[in-house]
Write a protein that binds this ligand. Structure first.
Ligand code: SAH
Ligand code: SF4
Length: 358
């Protein structure tokens, strides 16, 4: 868990001056046509300038005085990077200030020297879902991030740490918060980040991970810029799931499975099933067999995540041998794609479920 937070300039990152740091950062979440509607001249060029951080000056995006004044009235704010913690595995956990709130973003180079980066994004300050194994849950829910704040989170981290080209960027909504509890803002941020005049990301390089809000998953499937879907299943019986994840009481496994069976997928696309392994709770061979059965009805990848310990948690991580036994039992039943996710940033408390603002 993080101690008290002090915002200090960070050596080695680009400091952006001339931008205030409180408010909703609304302008970052506007589409080119909305900029035009506000009266911004050459709105497509202004959008490109806003959304392409490698073109920025020290003051951030280079805008005409009138455009800047118009956009500042909507909130032209970038989160300030308060702290960064570099992990021995090359990932960096960044603490960003949004007014008095703090969120965390993890910057994960895909491989040494490759230039490719995954950013693990926050969608809320805290989380309302109350999963028993998750450190963020202990914060409770503080607030949703606005679409502009989510976009600004991406742009400020890319400005500071790269990558230098949007083709090298992958986004995963696996940081603080439940993205589908904040679907409107998350969907808009994806729409903005995918616009070709700006970053031009492909929605196929954006993954939204959810604890399983069924109606919102169905709504996600209808988006024009539809991201990849990851479901945090984490249990194979309703009894255990409801115990670990209160949302399981509203949407049982049968409802999740019915939705996933009918989920629209692009050619070769798969749904990621995330499964946190908790020693003695959900890591038996019978669990592995039930997990294989659950997944049989739709194209999938399975991500096994050995539990990342955090203070005040009653759960334990499984041993390597237990993880191995589980993965083998799964593969015996169904030769699908199974990966064991050794979480990045564990030594700086930046791994899955370790993100928390004290
Ligand atoms: N709220 C979303 C996304 C953020 S959590 C969700 O739940 O899917 C991202 C992933 O971290 C989820 O798969 C979650 O099950 C996992 N996770 C949470 N706490 C963890 C912990 N302590 N150790 C390992 N994984 C954890
Ligand atoms: Fe929220 Fe996801 Fe943590 Fe559950 S696992 S409390 S949904 S962030």
């Amino acid at each position: 868990m993080l101690g008290s937070v002090h915002c200090l300039p960070i050596a080695g990152t680009r400091e952006l001056r001339g931008l205030s740091t409180v408010g909703e950062a609304g302008a970052w979440g506007l589409l080119p046509e909305e900029l035009a509607g506000l009266g911004v001249k050459s709105a497509h060029a202004a959008f490109a300038e806003l959304q392409r951080p490698w073109r920025w000056s020290e003051r951030g995006p280079v805008l005409s005085q009138t455009a800047r004044a118009l956009l500042e009235s909507r909130g032209l704010l970038l989160p300030q990077i308060c702290e960064r913690h570099v992990s021995s595995d090359g990932s960096t956990k960044l603490l960003l200030a949004l007014g008095t709130d703090r969120i965390e973003t993890v910057h994960m180079p895909r491989a040494v020297g490759s230039g490719r980066v995954s950013l693990c994004l926050s969608s809320q300050v805290g989380c309302a879902m109350g999963c028993k194994f998750c450190a963020t849950a202990q914060m409770g829910f503080r607030r949703h991030l606005g679409a502009g704040e989510i976009v600004a989170q991406v742009l400020s981290v890319v400005a500071a740490l790269g990558p230098r080209h949007p083709g090298d960027l992958t986004l995963v909504f696996m940081g603080m918060g439940e993205p589908l509890h904040n679907l409107t803002a998350v969907a808009r941020s994806i729409q903005v980040l995918c616009r070709s005049e700006g970053l031009g990301l492909s929605p196929k390089r954006i993954t939204v991970s959810t604890s399983g809000l069924v109606p919102e998953m169905a709504a996600l499937a209808t988006l024009e810029a539809r991201p990849l879907l990851a479901l945090s299943l984490n249990a194979t019986t309703d009894e255990v799931r409801q115990e670990l994840m209160p949302i399981g009481r509203r949407y049982p496994l049968s409802a999740l499975r019915a939705l996933l069976e009918g989920y629209p997928l692009r050619p070769r696309e798969r749904i990621t099933i995330e499964y946190v392994l908790l020693a003695g709770v959900n890591d038996s061979v019978a669990d592995a067999q039930r997990l294989a059965e659950f997944c049989a009805a739709f194209p999938h990848n399975i991500n096994l995540i050995p539990f990342n310990a955090h203070p005040a948690s009653p759960f334990r991580s499984p041993t390597e041998a237990q993880v191995d036994r589980f993965a083998r039992a799964l593969l015996d039943k169904r030769p699908s794609l199974v990966t064991v996710r050794r979480s990045r940033g564990r030594d700086v408390q930046g791994a899955c479920g370790q993100l928390v603002q004290s």
